[in-house]
Ligand binder design. Structure first.
Ligand code: COA
Length: 393
């Protein structure tokens, strides 16, 4: 019987629960690695298809492997008819992350591999999930706007095809590459809340789709992936604000958070944020959104100054701070931004589910089962003296 360790109210910070070969973060030095490759190198030289393959299979693909994997993803893009129909039944004001989460069991029902415990079947399921999440997201955005769904175009790359299905026209190459880089940057991040949720579900031997549905739920929260939507709302609200320093100070004085800042692991600059900041500048020049970019800079500067004064200089922009303006400049609606995060992170989630289920990093996997100290009332059993209170006593 393992001994009991009490680490309460810490959100499990600093607690190691597993071994992984998928990704690594050095939060003090701002380093992120996927399977041995620095994120900076992958963002500069790799495509999302290569990175998804790397995460799932453990090595970068050669040309033939990449062509086969990309073809498999393209071939899996079409949505099963009942999924398309069920999307059309969702209320128009449904949140994209709720619709996306609801689509996952629907997709499972159409997957011939979903109850298989075989590793190759899991890779095929991962391929279908990577292929279909963007199709669901774009379809839902069009359905809620009363527009016709645009079906995937097999001549287009993953990022190009998503923007095409969303906007109805093929994107400029700069935009498509920018989205592809965003997908690379968001694809994995060790044991963050949504990945841990997916691994926890996988540890019960539930199927891949159950684990991914749980991960989408966890990602939707504003302290996790939902932060990008909150960031863009804040930046748009502040576009006409003259005194951003005062706004930031007053927010912090009230105990409120500046969204897109701070991180549970990074205590220095998040390496993804550095990339996204440069991208935000380039896209602002390309799209004439310099105002938005300048507001981001001013909020960052004011927040860093305030955090410094308050002895919290380790709080810096995270991945969501500059990805929000980047997505906005791609024409992505604010409430769809977290779903874009999901369409990338699904590659990491699937890799983690496979690692968890097949014990690839740590031998035989165990069911996650932490404990809690019971601080509620007792019932009279086992010598307990609790007496139920009656109404009116
Ligand atoms: N704005 C203001 N204060 C912040 C802050 C932010 N963005 N992030 C952390 N803090 C403060 C907390 O208020 C807390 O202060 P206190 O000790 O005086 O109570 C302290 O820093 C520690 O925060 P805590 O939430 O306990 O721990 P953490 O550093 O692990 O927090 C986050 C990580 C992500 C939860 C937190 O930074 C946050 O809420 N950020 C905003 C949401 C966000 O962008 N999420 C996306 C993360 S990728």
């Amino acid at each position: 019987m393992p001994h009991t360790v009490r680490i309460k109210n810490t959100g499990l910070r600093g607690v190691t629960v597993a071994d992984t070969k998928i990704s690594f973060i050095d939060g003090d030095r701002g380093i992120l690695i996927y399977r041995g490759f620095r994120i900076e190198d992958l963002a500069a030289h790799a495509t999302f298809m290569e990175v998804a393959y790397l995460l799932l299979k453990g090595a970068l693909p050669d040309n033939r492997e990449l062509a086969t994997f990309s073809d498999n993803v393209k071939r899996a893009r079409g949505l099963p008819r009942h999924v398309e129909k069920s999307l059309k039944c969702c209320p128009q004001n449904a949140k994209p992350m709720d619709v996306l989460q609801a689509s996952i069991p629907m997709l499972a029902m159409a997957d011939p591999d979903f109850s298989s415990e075989d590793k190759d079947a899991h890779i095929r399921m991962a391929t279908r999930l990577i292929a279909r999440l963007p199709v669901v997201i774009a379809a839902w955005d069009r359905i809620r706007k009363g527009q016709d769904i645009i079906h995937p175009d097999d001549n287009l790359s993953h990022a190009e095809n998503f923007l095409y299905m969303l906007h109805g026209s093929s994107p400029e190459q700069t935009m498509a590459r920018a989205l592809d880089v965003c997908l690379v940057l968001h694809a994995d991040h060790t044991f963050n809340a949504s990945t841990f949720a997916s691994r926890q579900v996988a540890s019960t031997r539930a199927h891949m789709y159950s684990a991914i549905a749980a991960a989408i739920g966890a990602l939707s929260g504003s302290l996790h992936g939902g932060a990008n939507t909150e960031v863009i709302k804040m930046l748009l609200e502040l576009k006409n604000e003259r005194n951003i320093n005062r706004w930031v100070k007053s927010r912090l004085d009230k105990g409120e958070r500046i969204m897109g800042m701070g991180h549970a692991v990074y205590k220095t600059t998040d390496p993804r944020a550095t990339f996204l900041k440069k991208m935000a500048k380039e896209l602002s020049e390309l799209t004439g959104n310099q105002d938005l970019y300048n507001v981001s800079l001013r909020v960052e500067e004011a927040a860093l100054q305030e955090f410094e004064k308050r002895g919290k200089s380790t709080i810096k922009p995270n991945v969501d701070f500059y990805s929000a303006p980047v997505y906005y400049m791609m024409g992505i609606p604010p409430d769809l931004m977290t779903a874009i995060f999901a369409m990338s992170r699904v590659a990491g989630w699937c890799a983690h589910v496979i690692e968890e289920k097949f014990g690839e990093a740590q031998g035989k996997p165990a069911l996650y089962r932490p404990q809690a100290d019971y601080v509620g009332e007792y019932c009279g059993l086992m010598g307990c003296t609790y007496k139920p209170r009656r109404k009116g006593n």
